[in-house]
Structures are given as structure tokens and as C-alpha cells.
Design a protein around this ligand. Structure first.
Ligand code: GDP
Length: 356
């Protein structure tokens, strides 16, 4: 499955947030046999639609979609030259599908900042610079080879040109993602900064309740997503009952746990969406890439479903809820038969027809 790699400078709250990510009970409840690596945190994508469906179909259980985060320890300035865990660190990031940087914006004199001051913009710059430098090394090594290849093979010319464009952007100190560069031609170099970025601002109450400050920080990282949370509070929320949790959130001006917002932002950053299935056994959300067709969506349940796909019986969630039951939705003409070309929409409630 797709994962976001968590990075950040030391002492910004990565471990605290990661502990909160791994302390949730979604795995124990729904994936009892999953073997999970110690550095992988799996977060449920909270979805009120599932509860509604579960009530409508009297489902025995509810299975939400999940997002995975990998804890990638060890970036410091100089990582691209091998400082700290340098090369191992970069290899781990290469395996992630997107990069999630935790940025400290909380103030606490007892927690030392590695560079002696809390400065979000500078921290973001420090990490970006290391990744940009690592990509520059990759690109500079590739250019002479691609020049040689493109003299022999015409179709290598396009790759060379893309890589040269990338080199220009990297030399300006910009990430390829922020420059909107993600052409298939670049894929073979397995570059780091083409990956989508997502930022988590580890904040205290002062920042969480200050809309202007949040806006300023969000603009700093746009078009990447920005999530605001207090890692220590997230950890606490998991240890108390729902009522106390709601009070605690309200006291810091929040309407939901930051981890819920993080799961949603992670989903969007990875380009994912969900469709739903519902029945007496379970109501469940299934993860597909935005733009997936009906047979591709069926394949997420079982490869046989994709191979033997005939058609999909689909009703959009809102229509189903408005009708009140599947039969009522059918009678109202809201249940559609869709074929192989159909592009799935978020919130489609689906039953697949297939040959085995
Ligand atoms: P890491 O090095 O990035 O993994 O950072 P840690 O999670 O180990 O946190 C470093 C220190 O900052 C620890 O003492 C945490 O308790 C503290 N810390 C983490 N998050 C917060 C926060 O949101 N507010 C405050 N005040 N302290 C935090």
C-alpha cells in the first residue's frame, strides 16, 4: 500500500506524533493478522458515511480505509553528504510515496531546538535543501550518460531534456514538486523532490487558535497541504474517553483530532479516494487512486473480481441516504449499471457483478 514517509529535524515531535499514530486500535479491531513493521503507523480514515451505512444494512462491522506512515529517522543538515544517517535516510525516503514533514511551531523552553530557535520557514528550508542537494547529485550523474544515450537513440532525447529542466529548478534551490514537475520521463531517476509533500505543524494552543498565524503557515507551504495539531494532545486523546476527548479538543479550539485531519490530507496528497461497499457482514471503505475505473476498483477487493468483471451496480452515497434503503433507491431509479469504462467517484456505493 502507499505510504507517507515522516521526516523532520530532531526534537520537533516526530516520535510523539508517531506514537499517537501507532497507538490507535484500528489494526487490532479490523486487521488481526496483519504483521506491521515497527516503523509503520496505520491511521484509519474516519468516515461518518460508514456508520450510516452500517446502520442501514445492520452490518456486523465497519472497516475504514487506512493510510500508512513510515517513520524515517535521522535527517540533519548535511544528510545529502552523508552526515547523520545520511544515505540510509535518503534510501528510506526513496521508498515512500509522499513526504510528510513535521515542523515545530510550539514554544517550550525545556525542549531544545537543534538550530537554537523555533523558525518554521527555516526548518522547511533545511529539509528541502538536503533533498534538493541529493537530487542534484542524482541528476548531475545522469546528464552525461543521457547525453551519450540520446546521440544513439532519439527517444532518449526527451528524457535528457526533462532532466536538464529538473537540474535548472534544483539549482535554484526549489523542489521539483513545488515546481509542478512530475513527468514520466523523470521517473527512472527515482528522485526525491518529485514526491508530493505534506506538512504537519506541531503547534501549541496559541497557534491552534490563531487563524491568522495558521493561514500564514499554510501559505508558506502551499500548494502542499498543511495540517495543524498538538502531538502531545493527540497522544493524550487516545488515552481518555470520548467525552473527555471532546472537552480537551474544545479547550484548544479544535473540532476533531488532528490525526483525523492528517489521515484525510495524507489521502489527498497520495491522490487516493474511497468507494464503499455495504451489507450485513460489513460496511467498508476501499482505497483506489483518483481516476480508477470500475474494474480497477473491483481488483482492490480481489484480482478475480477485476478479471471476471461484468458490471458494477452503483448508487451514490447521497442518493442512497436520501432514498433511505437500497430497495427504495432502486425504485427511485438511482441505482445505475456501469460498465468497464466507468470512472469511479468518491462515495460510490458499489456491488460488483463478475464471472469466476
Ligand atoms: P523528535 O526528535 O522529532 O522525534 O521529537 P520528540 O517527539 O522526541 O519530541 C521532543 C521533545 O518535545 C519531547 O520532550 C516531547 O515531549 C516534546 N514535544 C513533542 N511535541 C510537543 C508539543 O506539541 N508540545 C510541547 N510542549 N512539547 C512537545
Amino acid at each position: 500500500s502507499l505510504t507517507l514517509g515522516i521526516v523532520g529535524l530532531p526534537n520537533v515531535g516526530k516520535s510523539t506524533m508517531f506514537n499517537a499514530l501507532t497507538n490507535n486500535d484500528v489494526l487490532a479491531a479490523n486487521y488481526p493478522f496483519a504483521t506491521i513493521e515497527p516503523n509503520v503507523g496505520v491511521v484509519p480514515l474516519r468516515d461518518p458515511r460508514l456508520d450510516r451505512l452500517s446502520a442501514m444494512f445492520s452490518s456486523e462491522k465497519v472497516v475504514p480505509a487506512t493510510v500508512s506512515f513510515v517513520d524515517i529517522a535521522g535527517i540533519v543538515a548535511g544528510a545529502s553528504e552523508g552526515a547523520g544517517l545520511g544515505n540510509k535516510f535518503l534510501a528510506n525516503i526513496r521508498e515512500a510515496d509522499a513526504i510528510c514533514q513535521v515542523v515545530r511551531v510550539f514554544t517550550d523552553d525545556d525542549v531544545v531546538h537543534v538550530d537554537g530557535r523555533v523558525d518554521a520557514a527555516a526548518d522547511i528550508e533545511t529539509i528541502a535543501t538536503e533533498l534538493v542537494l541529493a537530487d542534484l547529485q542524482t541528476v548531475e550523474k545522469a546528464v552525461p550518460r543521457l547525453e551519450k544515450e540520446s546521440r544513439m537513440q532519439k527517444d532518449r532525447r526527451a528524457v535528457l531534456e526533462e532532466v536538464q529542466k529538473a537540474a535548472t529548478i534544483l539549482n535554484e534551490g526549489r523542489t521539483l514538486f513545488s515546481a509542478g514537475m512530475n513527468s514520466p520521463a523523470l521517473r527512472e531517476l527515482n528522485l526525491l523532490t518529485v514526491k508530493p509533500f505534506l506538512y504537519v505543524f506541531n503547534a501549541d494552543e496559541g497557534v491552534l487558535t490563531d487563524d491568522a498565524r495558521r493561514k500564514e503557515l499554510a501559505e508558506l507551504v502551499a500548494p502542499a497541504e498543511a495540517v495543524f495539531l498538538d502531538a502531545k494532545v493527540e497522544q493524550e486523546l487516545l488515552e481518555i474517553d470520548d467525552e473527555s476527548a471532546a472537552e480537551l479538543l474544545e479547550s484548544i479550539g479544535q473540532t476533531e483530532p488532528g490525526l483525523d485531519a492528517l489521515a484525510r490530507a495524507g489521502f489527498r496528497t497520495l491522490g487516493l479516494q474511497t468507494y464503499l461497499t455495504a451489507g450485513p457482514k460489513e460496511s467498508r471503505a476501499w482505497t483506489i487512486p483518483v481516476g480508477a475505473t470500475a474494474p480497477e476498483a473491483a481488483g482492490v477487493i480481489h484480482t478475480d473480481f477485476q478479471r471476471g468483471f461484468i458490471k458494477a451496480e452503483i448508487v451514490s452515497y447521497d442518493d442512497l441516504v436520501a432514498a433511505g434503503s437500497m430497495n427504495a433507491a432502486k425504485n427511485a431509479g438511482k441505482v445505475r449499471m456501469e460498465g468497464k469504462e466507468y470512472v469511479m467517484q468518491d462515495g460510490d456505493v458499489v456491488e460488483f457483478r463478475f464471472n469466476v
